[in-house]
Structures are given as C-alpha cells and as structure tokens.
Design a protein. Structure first.
Ligand SMILES: CCCCCCCCCCC/C=C/C(=O)SCCNC(=O)CCNC(=O)[C@H](O)C(C)(C)COP(=O)(O)OP(=O)(O)OC[C@H]1O[C@@H](n2cnc3c(N)ncnc32)[C@H](O)[C@@H]1OP(=O)(O)O
Length: 282
C-alpha cells in the first residue's frame, strides 16, 4: 500500500472517535469529530427509536458525557433513515408496573432538562419522522435541520392524550403561541414545507450528511463566543421555561402518573396500540 494511502486512512480514522457513555449499551452512540470537536449523538434503538426507560437513561448519560468531555457542540440524529424518533414507547404507559413507570417518567423529565439546558450548542439533524416526544427532542435543541418526506409534530390530542407542561413548553419555545396552540389542539403533524413556514425547523437538507454539515455550521457560529458566558446566557434565557419542572419535579411526576393511570387513558391507549400493531402488519 502506498504511504499516501495509509496516511489518508489514518486521517479518516482520526476524524471521528467513538466515546462510550459508561453503560456499555448501544441505544445511543456518540462520536466526536476530532477536527471540529463536535459530538454526534445517534439514537439507535430499532425499529423506530421509541423512547423506553433504557433509551431515556442512556440518552441522558450521553448528553452529560458530551458536556463532560468538553465537546464544542452536540448534533442529535438517528441511525434509522426513516424515523428520527417515534416518541415515547407506548408500551411503557400501557398497564404499567408502577415502580417502572415512576422511573420512566423521572428519566423523561431529567433527559428533557439535560438536553434543553445543555451547556453546549445543540442541533438536531432530523433524518426521519419526529413524532410527539420525537419532536420534543428536536425542539429541545437550539437548531433543527430536516430531510424532506417526513413529518414532525405533536399529535397527542388526536388520541386523547393531554400533553404535560414541559411538552407544551418545548413547542412554545420555538413557535409563536397561537401557532403552537392551534397545532396542539389539532394534533397536527407538519410536513417539511409547513414546518419550515412556521419555523418549527430552521433548514431543509438533501441528505443526512448535508444535515450534519448544516448543524455543524450552526454550532460553528458560536466559535467566537466564550463557552461559559454562552452557557449561562442560554440558561437564563430558558430559566422560565424550566421553572415548574425544576421547582417541583415530583409534583409534575405525580400529575402525569395520575393521568396515565386513569381508565380513560388506558382504554384509549389500548385502542391506539392495537391500531399501530395492525397497521404494521398490513
Ligand atoms: C396533566 C398532565 C398530563 C400528563 C399526561 C402524560 C401522558 C400522556 C403523554 C402525552 C404525550 C405523548 C408523547 C408521546 O411521545 S406518545 C408516542 C406517540 N408516537 C406515535 O404515536 C408514533 C406511532 N408510530 C408511527 O406513527 C410509526 O411507527 C412511524 C411513522 C414512527 C414509523 O412507521 P414505520 O412504518 O416505519 O414503522 P411501524 O409503524 O411498522 O412500527 C414498527 C414497530 O414499532 C412499533 N411502534 C412504533 N411506534 C411506537 C411507539 N411510539 N411505541 C411503541 N411501539 C411503537 C410498531 O407498533 C411496530 O411494532 P411491531 O413491529 O411489533 O408491530
């Protein structure tokens, strides 16, 4: 092999370094680009990145790991080329074991706070459908780039789910109130053109690598800012949004659990899950 070829291969190997998140699972993967210092955090729970307890814990650990290792930014994406995330794993909510449900909802609240308040610049390369909490993951980031042909939004009310305040806030942090309210009440899923029109997403990309490049460019726009000043300013800007969850996480947990355990919610969920299963068998 030519020396120049070996050099190129070494460079390729050096460009992205995988870092673990200490728990040895592959539910999320983190790779840091050695050149830019930007970490790509990939959701990797087949088939559709539905967020169960393990994925939420793993995601939270990876976000913290990225902050600890001094990465310059975080790009959230998916290993599935059709689905960014299908939202909460509905099996976690259906006839739940109460201890697991408590752990699950705590993990959801904690993960959202970690991502929403992350010290580093965050961007989502949305390379597939981003449904309900899938959309919440994207809106917790500071910037969104999406590929055409997919849907994004929170359609909970269509299926009889009330949305908890932090999910509401993740919409209100990127959309004007009247648009957020209307979309939530309609249970609307946005096409890419609609999402771009209301600024639910910032840019359209023509492929995953293009989306990652655009996200990296956004993160690069903070190169001349002082990281601590940026992080503190972000925290202050978002302080009101997180007040409820930070001041009273257990109260928020209790309210959600009470609602999830109602026969009304459980019956509706049963019908929805059956529909989802029969659709996937068509
Ligand atoms: C006052 C306080 C109130 C508190 C209230 C708290 C409780 C309410 C919570 C309200 C907020 C809700 C948030 C959520 O995130 S709920 C999740 C909503 N998500 C969905 O509805 C997505 C459903 N899925 C789809 O539409 C499609 O799967 C998708 C477009 C994402 C992909 O389609 P595709 O054709 O590629 O894949 P399949 O549909 O064949 O799915 C493959 C298998 O995966 C299963 N699946 C899909 N999504 C989920 C899910 N979210 N949870 C669990 N399982 C899911 C699907 O059934 C298939 O399974 P099988 O292969 O086994 O049949």
């Amino acid at each position: 092999m030519l020396r120049s070829q070996t050099k190129l291969m070494d460079l390729g190997r050096r460009l992205c370094r995988s870092i673990g998140n200490n728990n040895g699972s592959n539910l999320t993967m983190v790779e840091v680009d050695d050149k830019t210092g930007i970490a790509t955090l990939t959701l990797n729970k087949p088939p559709v990145n539905s967020c169960n307890l393990e994925l939420l814990l793993d995601l939270n650990e990876s976000i913290k790991q990225i902050e600890r290792n001094g990465s310059r930014g975080l790009i959230l994406t998916s290993s599935n080329d059709k689905v960014f995330s299908s939202g909460l794993d509905l099996n976690e909510l259906h006839q739940p074991n109460q201890d697991r449900l408590i752990a699950f909802w705590r993990a959801l609240q904690d993960m959202w706070l970690s991502l929403f308040l992350s010290r580093v610049p965050t961007a989502a390369a949305i390379n597939g459908h981003a449904i309900a909490v899938g959309c919440v993951l994207a809106t917790a980031c500071e910037y969104r780039v999406m590929l055409p042909g997919f849907s994004i939004g929170i359609h909970a009310t269509k299926f009889g789910y009330v949305v908890p305040p932090f999910i509401l806030i993740s919409y209100l942090s990127v959309l004007p109130r009247y648009i957020a309210e209307r979309a939530l009440l309609q249970g609307k899923l946005f096409s890419i053109d609609e999402a771009l029109h209301v600024n639910l997403i910032d840019e359209v990309a023509d492929g995953k690598s293009d989306a990652i490049i655009k996200c990296a460019k956004f993160i690069g726009s903070f190169a001349k800012t002082q990281p601590d000043a940026r992080a503190l300013t972000k925290r202050q800007t978002r302080a009101q949004d997180v007040q409820l969850l930070i001041k009273d996480p257990e109260g928020q947990l209790r309210e959600s659990l009470e609602y999830i355990n109602t026969p009304f919610f459980q019956q509706g969920l049963e019908v929805y899950l059956a529909k989802l299963k029969s659709k996937s068998k068509e």
